[in-house]
Design a protein around this ligand. Sequence first.
Ligand code: KIV
Length: 306
Amino acid sequence: MSSASRPQHDRPPVSITRLAEMKEAGEPIAMVTAYDFPSAQVIEDAGADMVLVGDSAANTILGYDSTVPVGMDEMVMLAKAVRRGTKTPFLVGDLPFGSYEASNELAIASAQRMIKEAGCDAIKLEGGGTSAERAAAIVQAGIPVVGHVGLTPQTATALGGFKAQGKTAAAAIKVAEDAIALDQAGCFAIVFEAIPEAVAEMIVAKLDAITIGIGAGNATDGQVLVFFDLTGLNDGFMAKFAKRYADVRGEMRRGVEGYVNEVRSGAFPAPEHVYSVDPSELEALRQRLNREDLESNYSWDWEPLS
Ligand code: KIV
């Protein structure tokens, strides 16, 4: 679909007030990750309520093997592109590993970059404990914060790898403590990742915050999926909770294969892709090119490399 034929709509931008109304009314919230301008436009056109510039960008588009290496400058650049592609969904920017843990000052400075430079509406950070203290500091600095509990990819090694969390009562209490700490810190929303549905159900009942699940079943107020998982652009690992709704990777590969084959067969470019020229201009060109005194009009003032 060309940008000229993009669907027009007059939905107002989604605000925290609107998200709270949706929670109150039991209207499920649809959140999607995005990392670039065209994907953001697709998500805008598809009518999502929230967009997360997730640090999953590290794996999905930057080719790192975990979310740990991605830095603040990379995240800000991606969030800016997503901002340019979205007007309506509420836009959340993930704070990457190392950009908020060390101090409240660092956390506020990183959060301010996401809001001021990238134009995000809120930031997200992972974990409870000191992360709840950082969240409170950022909220006090006037920036809305989304928390993230359960499987927190930035610290997955410490959690024993990429696996479901809260599967024993003791582990579920830890998830509950983290979520309650983030709620009390003033997070307006909390992501629950890879937690048994029944555990999530018990914990969300204790919270005021809007809850968004990814692998947490139906108990949360909304769902989030990674854009490349749901569109089928990712051909790598798919978590149990991810669902593929399209085969964009296959479609892209078929497109590029079609192009490569047509270049090789000479079928592309076809007459409709070629510019024409007035025959009299062509004849004049032919005569000029045939003149023996034809010289270049270009001059260079640099010395050629020896
Ligand atoms: O980075 C990300 O994409 C996330 C979602 C999985 C919630 O944090």
